[in-house]
Design a protein around this ligand. Structure first.
Ligand code: CP
Length: 319
Protein backbone atom coordinates (compact mmCIF):
# COMPACT_ATOMS: atom_id res chain seq x y z
CA UNK A 1 0.00 0.00 0.00
CA UNK A 2 1.63 3.24 -1.15
CA UNK A 3 -1.03 5.62 0.18
CA UNK A 4 0.34 8.12 2.69
CA UNK A 5 3.98 7.13 2.25
CA UNK A 6 6.97 9.30 1.35
CA UNK A 7 9.56 8.58 -1.33
CA UNK A 8 12.99 9.64 -0.09
CA UNK A 9 15.25 7.14 -1.75
CA UNK A 10 14.78 4.39 -4.36
CA UNK A 11 14.75 1.49 -1.88
CA UNK A 12 11.74 2.95 -0.02
CA UNK A 13 9.52 1.03 -2.44
CA UNK A 14 9.73 -2.64 -3.36
CA UNK A 15 10.16 -3.90 -6.90
CA UNK A 16 6.46 -4.87 -6.84
CA UNK A 17 5.47 -1.35 -5.77
CA UNK A 18 7.56 0.07 -8.62
CA UNK A 19 5.68 -2.20 -10.98
CA UNK A 20 2.35 -0.93 -9.58
CA UNK A 21 3.44 2.64 -10.41
CA UNK A 22 4.65 1.68 -13.90
CA UNK A 23 1.42 -0.16 -14.66
CA UNK A 24 -0.59 2.92 -13.72
CA UNK A 25 1.79 5.14 -15.74
CA UNK A 26 1.19 2.88 -18.75
CA UNK A 27 -2.57 3.37 -18.36
CA UNK A 28 -2.14 7.14 -18.09
CA UNK A 29 0.03 7.21 -21.24
CA UNK A 30 -2.57 5.12 -23.05
CA UNK A 31 -5.61 7.16 -22.04
CA UNK A 32 -4.65 10.40 -20.24
CA UNK A 33 -8.19 11.79 -20.45
CA UNK A 34 -9.47 9.10 -18.09
CA UNK A 35 -7.37 10.57 -15.25
CA UNK A 36 -7.95 14.29 -15.66
CA UNK A 37 -10.20 14.62 -12.59
CA UNK A 38 -8.55 12.16 -10.22
CA UNK A 39 -6.83 14.79 -8.04
CA UNK A 40 -9.29 17.63 -8.34
CA UNK A 41 -9.66 17.97 -4.56
CA UNK A 42 -5.93 17.83 -3.87
CA UNK A 43 -3.08 20.29 -3.57
CA UNK A 44 0.61 19.68 -4.31
CA UNK A 45 3.34 21.88 -2.76
CA UNK A 46 6.65 22.23 -4.59
CA UNK A 47 9.57 23.34 -2.40
CA UNK A 48 12.59 23.88 -4.63
CA UNK A 49 15.70 25.14 -2.88
CA UNK A 50 17.76 24.46 -6.04
CA UNK A 51 17.14 25.18 -9.73
CA UNK A 52 15.10 22.71 -11.77
CA UNK A 53 13.30 22.58 -15.09
CA UNK A 54 12.19 18.98 -15.64
CA UNK A 55 11.49 17.86 -12.10
CA UNK A 56 9.53 20.91 -11.01
CA UNK A 57 7.64 21.41 -14.26
CA UNK A 58 6.84 17.73 -14.65
CA UNK A 59 5.49 17.52 -11.09
CA UNK A 60 3.43 20.66 -11.60
CA UNK A 61 2.20 19.49 -15.01
CA UNK A 62 1.43 16.06 -13.52
CA UNK A 63 -0.75 17.51 -10.76
CA UNK A 64 -2.51 19.93 -13.11
CA UNK A 65 -3.18 17.15 -15.64
CA UNK A 66 -4.76 15.14 -12.81
CA UNK A 67 -7.10 18.03 -12.05
CA UNK A 68 -5.28 19.08 -8.87
CA UNK A 69 -3.74 22.39 -7.84
CA UNK A 70 -0.16 23.45 -7.13
CA UNK A 71 1.46 25.92 -4.72
CA UNK A 72 5.13 26.39 -3.98
CA UNK A 73 8.37 28.23 -4.59
CA UNK A 74 11.31 27.80 -6.88
CA UNK A 75 13.32 30.55 -5.26
CA UNK A 76 13.91 29.86 -1.55
CA UNK A 77 14.66 33.56 -0.98
CA UNK A 78 10.94 34.19 -1.37
CA UNK A 79 10.01 31.91 1.54
CA UNK A 80 10.61 32.36 5.27
CA UNK A 81 13.65 30.10 4.95
CA UNK A 82 15.39 33.39 4.08
CA UNK A 83 14.55 34.53 7.63
CA UNK A 84 16.16 31.44 9.12
CA UNK A 85 13.17 29.07 9.37
CA UNK A 86 14.20 25.42 9.60
CA UNK A 87 13.39 22.73 7.03
CA UNK A 88 11.30 20.92 9.64
CA UNK A 89 9.19 23.98 10.46
CA UNK A 90 8.82 24.86 6.76
CA UNK A 91 7.50 21.41 5.83
CA UNK A 92 5.32 21.20 8.94
CA UNK A 93 3.72 24.48 7.94
CA UNK A 94 3.30 23.50 4.28
CA UNK A 95 1.58 20.31 5.48
CA UNK A 96 -1.14 22.52 7.01
CA UNK A 97 -2.07 23.64 3.48
CA UNK A 98 -1.14 20.90 1.01
CA UNK A 99 -1.88 17.18 0.69
CA UNK A 100 1.49 16.17 -0.74
CA UNK A 101 4.86 17.91 -1.11
CA UNK A 102 7.93 17.67 -3.30
CA UNK A 103 11.31 18.98 -2.12
CA UNK A 104 14.63 19.59 -3.82
CA UNK A 105 17.49 20.73 -1.59
CA UNK A 106 21.27 21.06 -1.93
CA UNK A 107 21.84 19.35 1.46
CA UNK A 108 21.84 15.57 1.53
CA UNK A 109 19.10 14.29 3.83
CA UNK A 110 17.08 17.53 3.91
CA UNK A 111 13.93 15.85 2.46
CA UNK A 112 14.16 13.16 5.17
CA UNK A 113 14.21 15.87 7.86
CA UNK A 114 11.14 17.39 6.21
CA UNK A 115 9.33 14.05 5.99
CA UNK A 116 9.93 13.37 9.69
CA UNK A 117 8.31 16.69 10.58
CA UNK A 118 5.14 16.26 8.53
CA UNK A 119 2.22 13.91 8.17
CA UNK A 120 1.76 14.28 4.41
CA UNK A 121 3.69 12.29 1.78
CA UNK A 122 6.96 14.01 0.91
CA UNK A 123 8.87 13.24 -2.27
CA UNK A 124 12.61 13.80 -2.58
CA UNK A 125 13.17 15.66 -5.85
CA UNK A 126 16.96 15.52 -5.45
CA UNK A 127 19.12 16.09 -2.34
CA UNK A 128 22.66 17.26 -2.99
CA UNK A 129 24.83 14.59 -4.58
CA UNK A 130 22.84 11.88 -2.82
CA UNK A 131 19.60 10.58 -4.40
CA UNK A 132 16.95 11.50 -6.97
CA UNK A 133 14.35 8.73 -6.74
CA UNK A 134 11.76 10.17 -9.12
CA UNK A 135 14.42 10.52 -11.82
CA UNK A 136 14.99 6.81 -11.23
CA UNK A 137 11.29 6.09 -11.75
CA UNK A 138 11.56 8.10 -14.97
CA UNK A 139 14.66 6.20 -16.09
CA UNK A 140 13.16 2.81 -15.29
CA UNK A 141 9.89 3.56 -17.06
CA UNK A 142 11.87 4.58 -20.16
CA UNK A 143 14.03 1.43 -20.03
CA UNK A 144 10.97 -0.74 -19.47
CA UNK A 145 9.18 0.83 -22.45
CA UNK A 146 12.19 0.37 -24.70
CA UNK A 147 13.71 -2.92 -23.52
CA UNK A 148 10.63 -4.61 -22.05
CA UNK A 149 12.45 -5.67 -18.84
CA UNK A 150 15.35 -4.80 -16.57
CA UNK A 151 17.04 -8.17 -16.44
CA UNK A 152 20.18 -9.12 -18.35
CA UNK A 153 21.15 -5.55 -19.24
CA UNK A 154 24.63 -4.10 -19.48
CA UNK A 155 24.29 -0.50 -18.34
CA UNK A 156 27.01 2.05 -19.10
CA UNK A 157 27.04 5.07 -16.79
CA UNK A 158 29.19 7.87 -18.14
CA UNK A 159 30.39 11.20 -16.76
CA UNK A 160 30.22 12.55 -13.25
CA UNK A 161 29.65 9.40 -11.23
CA UNK A 162 30.87 11.05 -8.04
CA UNK A 163 28.33 13.85 -7.68
CA UNK A 164 25.63 12.57 -10.06
CA UNK A 165 22.74 11.69 -7.76
CA UNK A 166 20.70 10.26 -10.62
CA UNK A 167 23.43 7.66 -11.18
CA UNK A 168 23.50 6.65 -7.50
CA UNK A 169 19.74 6.23 -7.41
CA UNK A 170 19.56 4.32 -10.69
CA UNK A 171 22.32 1.92 -9.64
CA UNK A 172 20.52 1.27 -6.36
CA UNK A 173 17.24 0.53 -8.10
CA UNK A 174 18.76 -1.65 -10.83
CA UNK A 175 20.74 -3.67 -8.27
CA UNK A 176 17.51 -5.46 -7.39
CA UNK A 177 17.02 -6.97 -10.85
CA UNK A 178 18.82 -10.15 -11.96
CA UNK A 179 21.78 -10.23 -14.34
CA UNK A 180 22.38 -6.51 -14.49
CA UNK A 181 25.98 -5.48 -15.15
CA UNK A 182 27.51 -2.00 -14.98
CA UNK A 183 30.27 -0.35 -16.97
CA UNK A 184 31.36 2.77 -15.08
CA UNK A 185 32.89 5.36 -17.38
CA UNK A 186 34.40 8.36 -15.62
CA UNK A 187 37.60 10.31 -15.12
CA UNK A 188 39.65 9.23 -12.10
CA UNK A 189 38.49 12.31 -10.14
CA UNK A 190 34.79 11.53 -10.67
CA UNK A 191 34.55 7.81 -9.91
CA UNK A 192 31.55 6.52 -7.93
CA UNK A 193 31.71 7.18 -4.17
CA UNK A 194 33.00 4.36 -1.94
CA UNK A 195 29.61 3.89 -0.30
CA UNK A 196 28.01 3.12 -3.68
CA UNK A 197 30.82 0.71 -4.55
CA UNK A 198 30.51 -1.12 -1.21
CA UNK A 199 26.80 -0.98 -0.45
CA UNK A 200 25.42 -1.51 -3.95
CA UNK A 201 28.01 -3.29 -6.08
CA UNK A 202 30.13 -5.36 -3.73
CA UNK A 203 27.38 -6.21 -1.23
CA UNK A 204 25.10 -7.53 -3.99
CA UNK A 205 27.89 -9.18 -6.00
CA UNK A 206 27.00 -7.12 -9.09
CA UNK A 207 29.53 -7.41 -11.93
CA UNK A 208 31.07 -4.11 -12.98
CA UNK A 209 34.13 -2.69 -14.59
CA UNK A 210 35.54 0.82 -14.62
CA UNK A 211 36.95 2.49 -17.72
CA UNK A 212 38.18 5.98 -18.53
CA UNK A 213 37.42 6.12 -22.26
CA UNK A 214 33.86 6.03 -23.63
CA UNK A 215 35.19 4.45 -26.83
CA UNK A 216 36.33 1.42 -24.81
CA UNK A 217 32.82 0.69 -23.54
CA UNK A 218 30.25 1.97 -26.00
CA UNK A 219 30.18 -1.19 -28.10
CA UNK A 220 29.20 -3.47 -25.22
CA UNK A 221 26.38 -1.57 -23.48
CA UNK A 222 22.61 -1.95 -23.93
CA UNK A 223 21.96 1.37 -22.23
CA UNK A 224 24.28 4.37 -22.21
CA UNK A 225 23.36 6.74 -19.41
CA UNK A 226 25.17 10.04 -19.99
CA UNK A 227 25.47 12.66 -17.25
CA UNK A 228 26.78 16.19 -17.10
CA UNK A 229 29.63 17.22 -14.81
CA UNK A 230 27.86 18.74 -11.80
CA UNK A 231 29.33 22.24 -11.74
CA UNK A 232 27.38 23.24 -8.64
CA UNK A 233 29.03 20.53 -6.50
CA UNK A 234 32.63 21.53 -7.30
CA UNK A 235 34.64 23.54 -4.80
CA UNK A 236 37.09 24.64 -7.44
CA UNK A 237 36.24 26.26 -10.81
CA UNK A 238 39.56 25.12 -12.29
CA UNK A 239 38.73 21.44 -11.72
CA UNK A 240 35.30 21.88 -13.28
CA UNK A 241 36.72 23.55 -16.39
CA UNK A 242 39.30 20.76 -16.77
CA UNK A 243 36.69 17.98 -16.51
CA UNK A 244 33.54 19.45 -18.04
CA UNK A 245 34.16 18.30 -21.63
CA UNK A 246 35.87 15.02 -20.75
CA UNK A 247 33.16 13.06 -22.60
CA UNK A 248 31.30 14.15 -25.69
CA UNK A 249 29.01 11.60 -27.30
CA UNK A 250 28.86 12.32 -31.04
CA UNK A 251 27.87 10.60 -34.27
CA UNK A 252 31.27 8.95 -34.63
CA UNK A 253 31.01 7.26 -31.23
CA UNK A 254 27.35 6.31 -31.84
CA UNK A 255 28.53 4.42 -34.93
CA UNK A 256 30.43 2.06 -32.60
CA UNK A 257 27.36 1.28 -30.47
CA UNK A 258 24.89 -1.60 -30.77
CA UNK A 259 22.00 -0.93 -33.13
CA UNK A 260 19.53 -1.45 -30.27
CA UNK A 261 21.47 0.46 -27.63
CA UNK A 262 19.56 3.37 -26.12
CA UNK A 263 20.99 6.67 -24.90
CA UNK A 264 19.48 8.18 -21.76
CA UNK A 265 20.38 11.40 -19.96
CA UNK A 266 18.53 12.91 -16.98
CA UNK A 267 19.19 16.34 -18.54
CA UNK A 268 20.06 19.17 -18.51
CA UNK A 269 22.82 18.46 -20.99
CA UNK A 270 25.73 20.85 -21.39
CA UNK A 271 28.25 19.57 -23.95
CA UNK A 272 28.32 15.84 -23.21
CA UNK A 273 25.96 14.89 -26.05
CA UNK A 274 26.43 16.61 -29.40
CA UNK A 275 23.18 17.97 -30.82
CA UNK A 276 23.71 15.81 -33.94
CA UNK A 277 22.94 12.73 -31.79
CA UNK A 278 19.39 13.97 -31.08
CA UNK A 279 18.12 12.74 -34.45
CA UNK A 280 19.46 9.21 -33.86
CA UNK A 281 16.45 6.96 -33.03
CA UNK A 282 18.48 5.50 -30.17
CA UNK A 283 18.58 8.90 -28.43
CA UNK A 284 15.67 8.71 -25.98
CA UNK A 285 16.46 11.53 -23.54
CA UNK A 286 13.63 13.86 -24.53
CA UNK A 287 11.19 10.95 -24.57
CA UNK A 288 12.57 10.15 -21.10
CA UNK A 289 11.72 13.70 -19.92
CA UNK A 290 8.14 13.14 -21.09
CA UNK A 291 7.91 9.80 -19.30
CA UNK A 292 8.95 11.75 -16.19
CA UNK A 293 5.63 13.54 -16.18
CA UNK A 294 3.57 10.37 -16.64
CA UNK A 295 5.40 8.45 -13.94
CA UNK A 296 5.00 11.39 -11.55
CA UNK A 297 1.26 11.44 -12.30
CA UNK A 298 1.14 7.78 -11.30
CA UNK A 299 3.26 8.41 -8.20
CA UNK A 300 1.07 11.30 -7.01
CA UNK A 301 -2.06 9.17 -7.45
CA UNK A 302 -0.56 6.26 -5.53
CA UNK A 303 0.75 8.35 -2.62
CA UNK A 304 -2.56 10.19 -2.31
CA UNK A 305 -4.47 6.92 -2.63
CA UNK A 306 -6.75 8.26 -5.34
CA UNK A 307 -8.12 6.12 -8.13
CA UNK A 308 -9.89 6.84 -11.35
CA UNK A 309 -12.98 4.99 -10.11
CA UNK A 310 -13.16 6.98 -6.86
CA UNK A 311 -12.97 10.28 -8.73
CA UNK A 312 -15.75 9.15 -11.07
CA UNK A 313 -17.95 8.27 -8.07
CA UNK A 314 -17.23 11.66 -6.42
CA UNK A 315 -18.15 13.32 -9.69
CA UNK A 316 -21.48 11.47 -9.75
CA UNK A 317 -22.30 12.48 -6.17
CA UNK A 318 -21.49 16.14 -6.65
CA UNK A 319 -23.71 16.48 -9.75
N1 CP B 1 16.68 15.62 -14.42
C1 CP B 1 16.51 16.68 -13.62
O1 CP B 1 16.48 16.56 -12.40
O2 CP B 1 16.38 17.87 -14.28
P1 CP B 1 16.09 19.27 -13.57
O3 CP B 1 17.30 19.61 -12.76
O4 CP B 1 15.83 20.22 -14.69
O5 CP B 1 14.90 19.08 -12.68
Amino acid sequence: MLKGRSLLEPMDFTVEEYEEIFTLADQIIEEPGRFRETCRNHLLATLFFEPSTRTRFSFEAAMLRLGGKVIGFSEPGSSSVAKGESIADTVRTVACYADIAVMRHPKEGAPRVGAMASDIPLINAGDGGHQHPTQTLTDLLTIRASKGAFTGLTVGLCGDLKFGRTVHSLMKALSRYPDVRFVLISPEELVIPDYVRKEILQKNGIPFREVRRLEDAIGEVDILYMTRVQKERFFNEEDYVRLKDYYILDGEKMAKAKLDMIVLHPLPRVNEIAVEVDKDPRALYFQQAKYGMYVRMALIMKLLGVTEEASERKGELSC
